[in-house]
Design a binder for this molecule. Structure first.
Ligand SMILES: NC(=O)c1ccc[n+]([C@@H]2O[C@H](COP(=O)([O-])OP(=O)(O)OC[C@H]3O[C@@H](n4cnc5c(N)ncnc54)[C@H](OP(=O)(O)O)[C@@H]3O)[C@@H](O)[C@H]2O)c1
Length: 313
């Protein structure tokens, strides 16, 4: 199969085209013929991209762990999927990713694709929507009526967090650039703060039940005093290695694949309650530019997507 993988040499990560053997599914696994893959640019520097699970340095990783496509092969003990079925989902961060013609995943990490989305749109959903879902419900313990502060509301995770919190009856306070205000309001934000011109901690006049942070650093630290005692700060942008502050360590989590949640997310999309935003779509040959940020004509919100199989764009 044709892939884009990290070059073995050079100081900064660079993607190069290569050919790898087609993956063979083991028990419980599925091979997906990739239509499109979602881009998380920071992933190239993450530990699973540069190390094996044993800690050995890793070379030649294929990035992008969320995708849409069709089932190309199923391993033993897979009963939920049929050949050719349209699916979307994610795979393990240590596995080879989806900037590839074929991608190997656990059957439990994918779900039938939303029927109202194109494959390109479907590839923009899994990581953003699952991260928002898990951050709000599993880590933030969201209840209707909660006040929720969401940093990075127009981002690929943040725009799902705003919508899901709003759908669950929360009062949503969002931070974003001014050019994204109309959009973030349409997604369900009740209050929006321009983080360029306003110190958000001065604009938020009453404590919040949940901070959902996608920015990290100073933004997370300045948010902690806004959280009501006994409620939750959640961050996806810091990581445990980058801070010794126990409050940061406690707030951080990494998204996990979850088939049931993907199915609930697909149902919300197909009933028109949840939408996905795409920043730009780039062809397979320009995957390197997608990861290095050198893409023209971006919308300025949502997810960057690589169209692996051009007819599905
Ligand atoms: N831990 C996990 O499981 C996990 C999962 C997914 C992503 N991540 C990480 O989470 C981070 C965000 O991911 P993403 O895909 O949502 O990124 P993204 O699509 O690039 O969005 C980031 C957003 O942050 C906003 N922003 C930048 N500086 C800000 C500030 N000081 N205050 C408030 N908002 C600010 C920008 O908003 P404007 O455009 O409005 O300025 C932008 O929309 C990345 O570091 C990513 O690697 C972690």
């Amino acid at each position: 199969m044709k892939v884009m993988r990290l070059a073995d040499s050079g100081n900064s990560p660079k993607l190069v085209e290569a050919t790898l053997p087609d993956p063979v599914p083991a028990s419980g696994q599925v091979v997906v013929r990739v239509s499109a893959a979602g881009v998380t640019p920071t992933e190239l520097a993450w530990y699973p991209t540069t190390h094996d699970p044993s800690g050995t340095p890793r070379t030649g990783a294929v990035p992008a762990h969320e995708f849409s496509g069709s089932v190309a092969a199923v391993g033993p003990n897979v009963y939920d999927f049929t050949l050719g079925q349209s699916v979307f989902g994610m795979n393990d961060w240590f596995a080879q990713g989806a900037v590839a013609e074929l991608c190997l995943t656990d059957a439990a990490s994918i779900a039938p694709s939303p029927i109202t989305l194109t494959p390109t749109q479907a590839a923009s959903v899994p990581i953003g929507a699952l991260t928002a879902w898990q951050g709000l419900f599993e880590h933030g313990h969201l209840h209707p009526g909660d006040r929720v502060l969401i940093h990075g509301a127009a981002g690929s995770v943040g725009h799902f967090a705003v919508q899901i919190a709003h759908l669950h009856g929360a009062h949503v306070i969002a931070t974003a650039s001014r050019h994204n205000f109309d959009l973030v309001r349409q997604l369900g934000a009740d209050e929006i703060i321009d983080y360029h011109s306003t110190r958000f901690e001065q604009a938020v006049t009453e404590p919040v039940d949940i901070v959902f942070d996608t920015v990290g650093g100073d933004t997370l630290l300045r948010s902690l005093s806004l959280v009501k005692p006994g409620r939750y700060a959640v961050t996806i942008a810091a990581d445990k290695e980058s801070s010794e502050d126990p409050r940061v360590q406690h707030a951080f989590f990494i998204v996990k694949p979850n088939q049931r949640q993907l199915m609930e997310i697909a149902a919300l999309i197909d009933t028109g309650k949840l939408r996905t935003l795409i920043d730009a779509v780039v062809p397979f040959a320009e995957a390197e530019a997608a990861y290095s940020g050198k893409i023209a004509g971006r919308n300025g919100h949502g997810k960057l997507v690589i169209a692996v199989d051009p007819p599905t764009v």
